[in-house]
Structure formats: C-alpha cells, structure tokens
Design a protein around this ligand. Structure first.
Ligand code: SPD
Length: 357
C-alpha cells in the first residue's frame, strides 16, 4: 500500500513539473495557455506582421484562416466545425448573419478606437448603430485594364467588354454577385434585381462574353494582370490598386452604367470562444497607425479617418480608390436578397461557368 501511495505521488509530482515547464515554454514565447484567438478573413487581406505584433503585445496566440467568398465563409460558420472568434463578411452577408442569429452584439465600451472611423461608414442600413459589425475595408467593383495591350481602345463601360477585339483577354474574379452584377448593370438593371427574366437575360448576355473570357480566378488575378497575361480584369478596387503598384501600365475605372459599392466589416460569430480577445483584436485594428500600415499593405481603402493622416498623400487623394461621396452615392450596395434569390444567382453563375467549358 505504502509503495502504491509513493508511486502515485511520483506520478502527480512529475505531471505538475511537466505542466509548469510547458507553461513556462509558452510564456517564453509570449503566450499564456488557453488564450487563443481564431480569425477568419478574406485571402490577402491583412499585413501578417500586425498579427505577430498583436500576439507579442497581448500574449494572445492567433490562429488565422482565410476564405474567398462570403458564401464559403458563411457555410463554414453555420457548419460550426471550427469556431471562429472574428470573421470579416461583406454588408449583405452581415444582414443575413444577423437574420440567422449568427452574431454576437459588440461591446462598444471595449472599442475606444471606434471613434477614428469616418461617420460615412457607420450606422449603415445593413447594421444600424453598428451593433454587430465594425468597418474594416471598403471599395468598389470595376475594370482594371492595360492600355498598352488595347491598341487605343477606350474602356469606360461594361458593354466595352463584349467587343470581339477582346477575344481571350478578360479575367473575372470568381464571385457570383460580381459577375452576375456585371451582366445586370450592362443591361441597365439593378445589382439587386430579383426578376427571373432579367436574371436569365443577364446570364445569356454573360454567355455571349465567353469568347473574351480567358479565366475565372481568385486572388491570382493580381499576379496575372500585373504580368500582362490579359488586358482586362473584373476586380475589387483594392486588387486593382495592388496590381497598379506592381505594373504602372495599368489603370482602373468604375464603369459608367454603374457598379457596386461594398463594405467588409469585422464581426464576432455566435460560436466565438474568446469574446474578450476578439474585442481586443478589433480595437487593435482600429488604431490609426495600425490601420494605416494595414491599408498600405493590402491596398484597399480604409474607413479609418485618422489613419489617412499616416498614409502617403498620393494614395489617399487618388479618386479611383477614394471616390468622392457624389460618386459613391451613384453606386449600389448589395442587398440581402434572401436564400432563394441568392441560390438562383449562384445557380446561374455556375451555369455560366459550365458554358465556358
Ligand atoms: N483579397 C481580398 C478581397 C476582399 C474583397 N472583399 C470584397 C467583398 C465584396 N463583396
């Protein structure tokens, strides 16, 4: 009996020593045990140096994952396999997530840096009073083009893209609303149209664009355009800015028929495990110097008014990426069209993709 007690004691002491050593190892790397934050963001959408800085400053370990569409992000959150503490959906998806009770109301008292966000980007219809979401980046959808490959051809309108001279010269981002939106806008319809005949007409018009479409791609569109693999790209504005910083031959235009104005915001999903750390991270990203560094890195447009003061003047005065309120008022924000309509958009987009094969 005495021997058994002695052996048990040895095991307990050894386990305690092991736990202490493991904890010391963690804290020597700056992390306290159990304090992790899982973030789910778009690809190429943060300066990862800032994640390292946040980890060092707070001792919180960040697990970082990326997605390439609102739909993919939401499916994963609903499935609940991985529990995310922060996600970055766009406006119509935020509305959908609110409707489906997937978000936690934010504690604004833990976000003192929220005061740096320009009022223009606060209290928008998809989230009145910013109860669930905090602005991260914003922008437009438009055309990035390479005049040196276009032999004098002017690009000002969506309809220019149907010119047979552009055979195999167009790259499209892989987004159902963006591509269907281009078809709808080119016909003079709204980006939020739910009339089935209009949507079919837009899809058939897109089918006629097929000979000009070289590929439908993800973030690699930036590398392909910068390497002059195509003359035209349907892109989000920040990607255009990034491409143009790599290759000065290129330019960006928001087509005259109209286009999309979008907002990506940070949210805390209902399944979050570290709500405290999530608030800390959101507040960190709102710090003007941090936001400025992040903006310079990803090239998208920041809603942080104070951050603009830390950024190069030519960047923040570039009307292609910081369009005036007069222009943005003419653009359309995607609305949450409801499950059925969204499924129809996705189905038509898929058919268009199949039509190309
Ligand atoms: N590579 C980052 C892309 C982020 C784009 N978000 C735009 C969403 C528009 N609905």
């Amino acid at each position: 009996m005495k021997r058994l007690v002695h052996s048990l004691l040895v095991v307990v002491v050894a386990s305690v020593v092991l736990l202490v050593l493991l904890d010391q190892l963690n804290s020597s790397q700056g992390y306290s045990s159990g304090n992790t934050l899982t973030i789910y963001n778009w690809g190429d959408y943060i300066d990862e140096e800032l994640i390292t800085r946040f980890e060092k400053e707070t001792g919180i370990k960040v697990i970082y994952e990326t997605f390439d569409s609102n739909e993919a992000m939401m499916t994963k959150i609903v499935q609940g396999g991985t529990t995310y503490d922060i996600a970055v959906p766009s406006e119509y998806t935020i509305e959908k997530m609110r409707e489906e009770d997937l978000l936690i109301p934010l504690d604004h008292s833990k976000l003192p840096n929220l005061k740096y966000i320009d009022e223009r980007f606060m209290d928008l219809p998809f989230d009145p009073e910013n109860k669930y979401s905090i602005p991260y980046f914003w922008g437009t959808v438009g055309i990035v083009y390479n005049p040196t490959l276009l032999e004098g051809m002017e690009i000002t309108s969506w309809n220019d893209l149907w010119d047979p001279a552009l055979k195999n010269q167009i790259l499209l981002i892989d987004g159902a609303r963006e591509v269907m939106g281009m078809g709808l806008n080119s016909l003079g319809y709204s980006l939020n149209d739910t009339n089935k005949d209009h949507l079919m007409e837009a899809k058939e018009k897109l089918d006629r664009l097929t000979p000009n479409v070289k590929a439908i791609v993800g973030d690699e569109i930036k590398m392909l355009m910068a390497n002059e693999e195509a003359a035209i790209g349907l892109v989000w504005s920040g990607d255009a800015a990034d491409i143009m910083s790599e290759n000065e031959n290129l330019d960006y235009v928001v087509p005259e028929e109209g286009s999309n104005l979008w907002f990506d915001n940070m949210v805390i999903p209902k399944t979050a495990k570290n709500i405290e750390a999530a608030h800390q991270f959101i507040n960190f990203m709102l710090d003007p110097e941090v936001a400025a560094q992040n903006t310079e890195y990803v090239s998208y447009s920041t809603p942080n008014k104070e951050a603009l003061k830390y950024m190069p003047r030519d960047m923040v005065t570039d009307e292609r990426f910081y369009p005036s309120p007069e222009l943005t008022e003419k653009l359309e924000v995607y609305e949450n069209l409801g499950k059925k309509n969204l499924a129809y958009y996705n189905a038509l987009f898929l058919e268009f993709k199949m039509h190309r094969k």
